[in-house]
Design a protein around this ligand. Structure first.
Ligand SMILES: [Zn+2]
Length: 146
């Protein structure tokens, strides 16, 4: 990412404990890097700026093998670099952050595809996708618990 000023670095979107443990290649293509850059530039950086506290990317780009390993859906926006799972670095603020973030997207007319409040196995995060794999920006807000 040719960052002028960014709160996020490319490696934060590529790092994966699962990939590391299982030796899965998670190297992005140039297209994926461009998509991650759009996500960062149009949503994540302004969101981070407005939130005013550190945000952790818990999952960004996923290669096909990595997506399968983490049981991601087959058309996941993580596969194209259009999505990231995020939460405040301070986990205790996650619920507050998600509520705030969904309002912030709306209030600022931010273009996105999906914002999903996901809660699985005691973990909670916001899945934010700038586009789906057809390039659409559907402005969908969803809640997934499992
Ligand atoms: Zn996600």
């Amino acid at each position: 990412m040719a960052a002028v000023t960014s709160y996020f670095e490319l490696h934060e979107f590529l790092a994966s404990d699962t990939a590391k443990e299982r030796g899965i290649d998670n190297t992005p293509t140039f297209t994926v890097v461009a998509h991650l850059d759009e996500l960062r530039r149009t949503i994540l950086d302004p969101m981070r700026e407005a939130w005013g506290g550190p945000i952790k990317v818990t999952s960004g780009y996923r290669s096909v093998l990595l997506n399968a390993a983490v049981h991601g859906v087959s058309n996941s926006a993580h596969l194209t670099g259009y999505a990231a799972d995020i939460r405040p670095t301070d986990k205790r603020r996650t619920a507050k952050f998600i509520l705030w973030a969904v309002g912030w997207l709306e209030d600022n007319g931010i273009k996105y595809d999906q914002a999903i409040d996901e809660q699985v196995g005691g973990e909670r995060w916001l899945h934010i996708a700038v586009r789906d794999n057809r390039g659409r920006q559907r402005q969908q807000n969803l809640v997934i618990t499992g």
